[in-house]
Write a protein that binds this ligand. Structure first.
Ligand code: B12
Ligand code: SF4
Length: 483
């Protein structure tokens, strides 16, 4: 235990790449999960921003880093700064990027590279590193790669340990119920790990492995209760890959949650083939929003992406209507930037499809083949750039399309978003929802401000004109008129 007392750890949070909507997103679940493991093993863990790191370095011996692909260059820069100016710190890195390509960590920045879940390895690893004879740094043979045990039962993992200030300060933005101004605190929660599918663009399995693993119901309910009662969170984001895959288990979790009269409301990700009979249980259990991967307008291409579950437009709309009928908002996730697309396909076929989609919120990202995915194998020889910073799905489509350049793609994406929110279908869907659930009106009012402030819909003059003509929701019109 003396080694443990002497070893203090800090989690270096690189932050999100330039998306102001994520500025107060709930704290990283990876960090909270690792904090839970360390607490059980007798270590403590502080979170530190890169700006505050210099001041903290004299007080800590071990720095922990986590990175998605687009965060990887930033994490390496921070680690290099530490290495250049300070002696003796142990640097450990984990997360989805190094889980896919551990060799990307190079030979001299990190002491250990963790592939997969922290829970099965982190405390042994710290014990190992706390032995001061263990050194590996410049001049050594490079970082040791530590692989987690695949498929371990998440029920036996220590529960994440959160910090009250993180939960109280966090908000879930976008179209949310409760609306952001009515949220007192927000947190992320993970009930199940992995999924039984393998969509060609999805990198999740490099961390979780190929199968769905669920937590026990009791532990889940206790954690939700603690988030509400001890931390004051009234809204949660369930970061499970695809809630609803195990129908019986999901129904049971929701039934137990519905017994909590003042339980939190939550947002989750599900697949388009979710069992429709689950929706009312989910709504009763507190679900107020579902994210659904629609991905592309073309059902055949959905097959190629490993998403044959979506079906045609009408099947998707049936699902979305069923969600709305029980008070669940729908966010559709859509991808553009495939190398086979043409301007005409996007501005005609895709626009027609999106304008008729009865979703309540739309996110359009650029196709990005991540390391470790099937699409990486398919497209990594056609990349516009190998600078990982651009692998954020937001700034450019990283796969070369000879017919559409990145600027044109950005303009097309904006046009598709503008057209979706200005479409008569959107107005109709919105009106139907708020007439049934008037308590959601503030959510739409705030969402209108969010769209305009974050320039998610640019070409504002035209947008405002649409609003004034009453072709978009009047809530959005009111915000547009004010600003
Ligand atoms: C919630 C979420 C978000 C949230 C929060 C992200 C976060 N990292 O906390 C928000 C909305 C901010 C977000 C944004 C983005 N996300 Co996201 N996100 C997710 C999601 C659904 C869950 C992440 C999560 O909290 N998991 C739970 C925690 C516990 O898991 P974890 O972070 O992997 O950590 C475990 C292990 O990796 C490991 N570990 C992680 N770090 C460390 C560190 C150490 C030291 C150790 C020992 C171990 C360790 O142990 C942890 C516990 O088991 C995942 C998919 C998934 N289900 O995993 C996608 C995912 C991480 N996101 C992804 C992407 C692409 C993005 C975006 C780039 C794009 C977008 N448009 O959404 C942005 C930008 C983010 C950025 N700048 O990095 C990809 C990443 C692929 C990649 N190779 O980069 C994923 C895998 C989904 C996918 N499409 O494949 N995301
Ligand atoms: S996109 Fe969803 S359903 Fe597909 S593999 Fe990833 S987590 Fe599973």
């Amino acid at each position: 235990m003396s080694g443990r007392a002497a070893m203090s750890c800090a989690w270096v949070d690189p932050g999100w790449t330039g998306n102001p909507a994520l500025a107060d997103y709930p704290a990283s679940m990876a960090c909270d999960s690792v904090r839970g493991c360390l607490a059980q093993a007798g270590y403590s863990l502080d979170t530190v921003t890169p700006a505050a790191l210099e001041a903290v370095l004299p007080k800590v011996s071990t720095l922990l880093f986590s990175a998605t692909t687009c965060q990887w260059p930033t994490v390496c820069e921070i680690a290099a700064r530490v290495r250049d100016h300070h002696e003796g710190h142990r640097l450990i890195v984990g997360g989805v990027h190094v889980s896919a390509i551990p060799d990307d960590a190079g030979s001299d920045l990190f002491d250990r590279v963790v592939v997969g879940e922290a829970e099965t390895v982190i405390s042994d690893l710290l014990d190992d590193l706390s032995d001061s004879s263990v050194r590996s740094r410049r001049g050594s043979t490079g970082p040791r790669v530590v692989r987690s045990t695949r498929g371990a039962d998440p029920e036996v993992f220590p529960r994440p340990v959160r910090r009250t200030e993180d939960v109280r300060g966090a908000r879930l933005r976008g179209l949310m119920f409760p609306a952001p101004s009515k949220q007192f605190g927000a947190a992320a929660l993970l009930l199940s790990r992995g999924c039984n599918h393998s969509c060609s663009f999805c990198a999740s399995h490099v961390v979780w492995g190929p199968r769905l693993r669920r937590r026990g119901i009791e532990g889940t309910i206790t954690e939700v209760g603690s988030l509400t009662n001890d931390f004051g969170a009234n809204v949660l984001v369930l970061v499970d890959q695809a809630l609803g895959e195990d129908v019986q288990w999901t129904r049971e979790v929701c039934t137990r949650l519905s017994a909590h009269e003042r339980g939190p409301r939550w947002y989750c990700m599900s697949r388009p083939d979710i069992d429709r009979s689950l929706l009312s249980d989910m709504a009763r259990g507190g679900c107020t929003k579902i994210g659904v991967g629609v991905e592309t307008a073309d059902a055949e291409w959905r097959h190629v992406l490993g998403r044959p579950d979506g079906g045609e437009l009408e099947q998707l709309n049936e699902l979305f209507r069923a969600c709305n009928e029980v008070g669940i908002l729908v966010k559709a996730y859509f991808i553009v930037g495939f190398p086979w697309e043409t301007q005409r396909y996007l501005l005609e076929t895709t626009r027609r499809f999106l304008d008729a989609l009865e979703a309540n919120e739309l996110k359009i990202t650029f196709f990005t083949p991540f390391p470790g995915t099937l699409d990486w194998k398919r497209y990594s020889n056609q990349l516009l750039t190998r600078d990982w910073r651009y692998f954020d799905t937001e700034c450019i489509p990283v796969v070369r399309n000879p017919r559409i350049d990145p600027d044109e793609y950005r303009a097309i994406r904006e046009e598709l978003l503008r057209s979706f929110y200005a479409s008569p279908t959107y107005t109709r869907t919105w009106r139907r929802f708020v007439s049934r659930f008037p308590e959601y009106q503030p959510s739409w009012d705030e969402f209108a401000g969010f769209l305009l402030n974050h320039r998610q819909v640019s070409g504002q003059e035209e947008w405002v004109r649409h609003c004034r003509q009453g072709r978009a929701p009047h809530a959005i019109a009111a915000v547009a008129a004010m600003g």
